[in-house]
Design a binder for this molecule. Sequence first.
Ligand code: FES
Ligand code: FES
Length: 155
Amino acid sequence: MKQLISLEINGEVHELAVAPQDSLLRVLREDLGLIGTKKGCDSGGCGSCTVNVEGKAVYSCMTYAMSVQDRPIVTIEGVGENGKLDPLQQAFIDAGAVQCGYCTCGTIMAARELLATVSSPDEEQIRHAIAGNLCRCTGYQKIVDAIKLAAANSA
Ligand code: FES
Ligand code: FES
């Protein structure tokens, strides 16, 4: 049976009816139209659905919507301000870290958690932070370079 809950997403509070088994991913994409968060494996294996909950990178496909009531959620649509790209988004473009782009939003959300806590991460820290985000296109080095560039540009 559906229950009315309140989700705070990108600074906006949404009241909506969800079933106990509804994933945050399903609610974001299908109920709220926030399709920047991508559905890949839908089973915790690829990271394309990563969002930030209270600043932490989480797989939205493995998170019940009901479990994140009243906990601030940020999706890729909430990154960047006033139509300007966030430094991470810009760095991904500048470093050529986007090819098909399917993994990109999730990887940026994982990198956001890292840069919020480590302002100048080394390669090992970066690779560890994005270890749960699969990319079939880039070979990862350009993603690592992009995150380093974003850190440097934000210093
Ligand atoms: S879609 Fe969530 S981890 Fe793959
Ligand atoms: S850019 Fe295609 S999966 Fe990463």
